[in-house]
Design a protein. Structure first.
Length: 419
């Protein structure tokens, strides 16, 4: 049975993992406390849109089901009733997930539910919510057997090694890892191909960096950390990743762990994850997905928040308000944002990660690697190019906002009583 070291942190409120049940019906437990509050979130006005992550339990214990369960696991019993394993290692009646969270296509494969805390958005738009996720229970040996299929072979290793060698000169050396949005290995539908393949690629890349740059990421110093963060993770996920030296943490601890020597991995997640990863220290390296003709070759820097600050959400404007586009302060904020983003682009080298693996997990991914030294000022050609790109983007933004305002105004003026 999996156990966890004393410094493991996983769930929001004093989560414990039940280990072996003995004949006297007692259970050994281990605390996984809430994340430390010594590192506060970076200047974020957080809105809380939920109550406690777990609904209070009743006082009446219920006969335990067979098998191993973790604190917080919620299962059906009786006629549309729910019970949850409490901190006292007893099963109690519980309100459980609502119909929307528990009745959907494929929900018949769900073996248990967990209520998880989820931080959504970035900057001034960050909110904290809670939601239910469904899981199936896989034995550790079954996960190990599945993962074995996705470990990279010599051909894929050679591709990654060539990529690292082509980019490593003059770059910052990563010494720790922060991985976001990998997804639970215990989802109730199909095999977690994407999660396994991305994790296998990450482990191989850590190994290559350790040999090519004469640093050891797999055996980091006691003061450094490799962390995993995803609101979907359950205690069984934490146990699997711990075997490979990763600590599973709650939001915002994963983002707060990012420093200038961190390798950040966030592939195919929500855009706000990318924004939050770049809010503080710019990491040494960043692996992300790049969409052709959209985000390919760019690390976005708080794009949504900057746009809102500058344009005050165009969909809330009325006709005749376009003159506000030329307000001096708004243009200044917009220009500073564009220049900062241009400096970010110059700070990183970027290359596509070649096709590796047996599935689609690493499709359309890119490696950004920060230069150890970056010129403080652009040369004349770069300035001219930046000004031209900035002016074109300004006109594009203004034209789109003007069109959107006109369309919205015409739509709201129509009679919408007809169905």
């Amino acid at each position: 049975m999996t156990t966890f070291s004393d410094n493991k942190r996983f769930n929001g409120t004093d989560i414990r993992v039940v280990t072996d049940r003995h004949e006297d019906n007692t259970s050994k437990t281990h605390d996984m406390n809430s994340p430390s509050t010594s590192r506060e979130s970076k200047d974020m006005d957080i809105k809380v849109v939920r109550d406690s992550p777990t609904t209070p339990l009743t006082d009446t214990p219920i006969s335990p089901p067979a098998g191993h369960w973790d604190i917080g696991d919620t299962i059906r019993y009786g006629d549309k009733k729910w019970m949850m394993l409490g901190k006292d290692n007893e099963w109690h009646e519980h309100d459980g997930p609502d119909e929307y969270s528990s009745e959907y296509l494929g929900s018949e494969k769900v073996e248990f539910f967990r209520e998880q805390e989820d931080w959504i958005g970035s900057g001034e738009e960050l909110i904290v919510a809670a939601g239910w996720s469904g899981y199936r229970r896989l034995e550790e040996s079954a996960l190990d057997a599945m993962f074995e299929k996705y470990k990279l072979g010599s051909e894929d290793e050679a591709k990654l090694r060539r990529l690292v060698k082509s980019m490593m000169k003059g770059k910052v050396k990563p010494t720790n890892v922060a991985c976001f949005g990998l997804g639970s290995l215990h989802r109730p539908y199909n095999e977690p191909k994407r999660s396994f393949e991305q994790f296998a690629a990450l482990l191989k890349l850590m190994e290559i960096l350790g040999t090519e740059m004469l640093i050891i990421l797999a055996k980091i110093s006691p003061s450094a950390r490799n962390v995993m963060q995803d609101p979907e993770f359950c205690p069984a996920d934490a146990g699997f990743f711990a075997k490979y030296g990763f600590e599973t943490v709650l939001d915002p601890e994963g983002f707060n762990s990012i420093n200038e020597e961190t390798l950040v991995v966030e592939i195919g997640g929500y855009e706000y994850l990318e924004d939050r990863a770049m809010e503080g220290h710019w990491p040494a390296a960043f692996i992300k997905m790049g969409i052709p003709f959209s985000s390919r070759g760019h690390i976005l820097e708080r794009k949504g928040e900057s746009s809102n600050r500058v344009w005050n959400q165009p969909n809330g404007r009325k006709r005749g308000s376009l003159k506000s586009f030329f307000e001096k302060e708004k243009v200044k904020i917009w220009w500073e944002y564009k220049m900062r983003r241009a400096f970010m682009k110059r700070s990183y080298s970027c290359k596509d990660i070649p096709k590796i693996g047996i599935s689609y997990g690493m499709m359309a991914t890119q490696l950004f690697w920060r230069k150890a030294a970056v010129r403080e000022r652009c040369d004349c050609i770069e300035i001219a190019g930046g000004v031209a790109r900035g002016a074109l983007q300004f006109l594009t933004d203004m034209a789109y906002a003007a069109w959107f305002i006109r369309q919205r105004s015409e739509f709201t003026g129509e009679d919408d009583d007809d169905v």
